[in-house]
Design a binder for this molecule. Structure first.
Ligand SMILES: [Zn+2]
Length: 291
């Protein structure tokens, strides 16, 4: 491990590789708002942390602008969630040979796993692992201002969120645990808190995901009826016309819009990973127990 850290340190700071990086400003570029929040909590000051996907924006199908490429060019450290989720970042890193500056919190492909879902940050137990990877990467890159205390507090808060949510969902009756999601993003969350995702409207989160076929639509309707599903979760800010039609055809309440996909702007509820998780969980829980 020590040799690996030394290698990373030399790669980052070795003279020939300095490029446009200035020694007086260490710059972290995070892929999207959740990753940016995690970096901000772990690092005190002396570091510029920017984000590629803006607040309240969809990360699926995101495309890098010329300005984003400039940010990446200057980055001392690039932090992304996973190549499955952010192929636009993986492509840039490969094309520009920045592998040594790139940290994937979830590096191995999990799309083929049982969850078929790269949204690992919706399960706090997974988040602990992702943050441990982040903390190691920050240390390995000799990031200024990294506070071991802040890192410890960060892990403690994640565990506290997990206990709260486990408590919240534990009391749900067995008949109130089923839902349908707009895209496959809550597999990890559902597994952690004992919920059942009985179907998804879209096959992927990509903005280009094709509308479901008539057959898929009628299968969803049948599943809603046979399993007495009362809740359809949509992705806030995304087109929910189909979800609304499905709810209406099934005779169940209108879809509930949640935003596990991004954080809110500074000063608003849901502007940190922890408040985003609490806010979405409260709203989902309220929808599941509604009569
Ligand atoms: Zn998603």
């Amino acid at each position: 491990m020590k040799r690996a850290l030394t290698f990373i340190f030399c790669t980052l700071f070795g003279g020939a590789d300095l490029g446009a990086q200035s020694m007086d400003s260490f710059q972290i570029v995070a892929s999207f708002t959740v990753v940016k929040d995690w970096c901000q909590v772990a690092v005190n000051k002396g570091v510029t942390i920017t984000c590629l996907v803006p607040e309240r924006s969809e990360l699926h199908g995101f495309q890098l602008s010329a300005k984003d490429a400039q940010k990446l060019d200057r980055a001392s450290l690039i932090v992304g969630m996973s190549p499955d989720l952010e192929p636009w970042l993986a492509t840039w890193v490969k094309a520009n040979h920045r592998e040594a500056r790139m940290t994937w919190l979830s590096p191995t492909s999990i799309v083929s796993s049982a969850e078929n879902d790269p949204h690992r940050w919706t399960d706090p137990q997974e988040v602990v692992k992702l943050l441990q990877t982040l903390h190691q990467a920050l240390a390995a890159a000799s990031t200024p201002g990294v506070s071991p205390d802040a890192c410890e507090r960060q892990l403690a808060e994640v565990r506290a969120v997990d206990r709260e949510l486990a408590e919240l969902f534990r009391a749900l009756p067995a008949g109130s645990r089923s839902l349908i999601t707009q895209h496959p993003n809550l597999g990890w969350f559902a597994r952690r808190y004992g919920l059942n995702i009985v179907g998804t409207i879209l096959a992927s989160g990509s903005a280009e995901a094709a509308d479901p076929s008539a057959r898929h639509y009628s299968n969803l309707l049948a599943v809603i009826r046979s399993q007495r599903v009362r809740v359809i979760v949509t992705d806030e800010g995304q087109n929910e016309i189909l979800a609304q039609r499905l709810a209406k055809d099934a005779g169940i309440p209108a879809p509930v819009g949640l935003s596990f996909e991004y954080l809110e702007p500074t000063g608003q509820d849901g502007n940190t990973w922890a408040s985003m998780m609490r806010r979405n969980s409260r709203r989902l829980h309220a929808a599941l127990i509604a009569p």
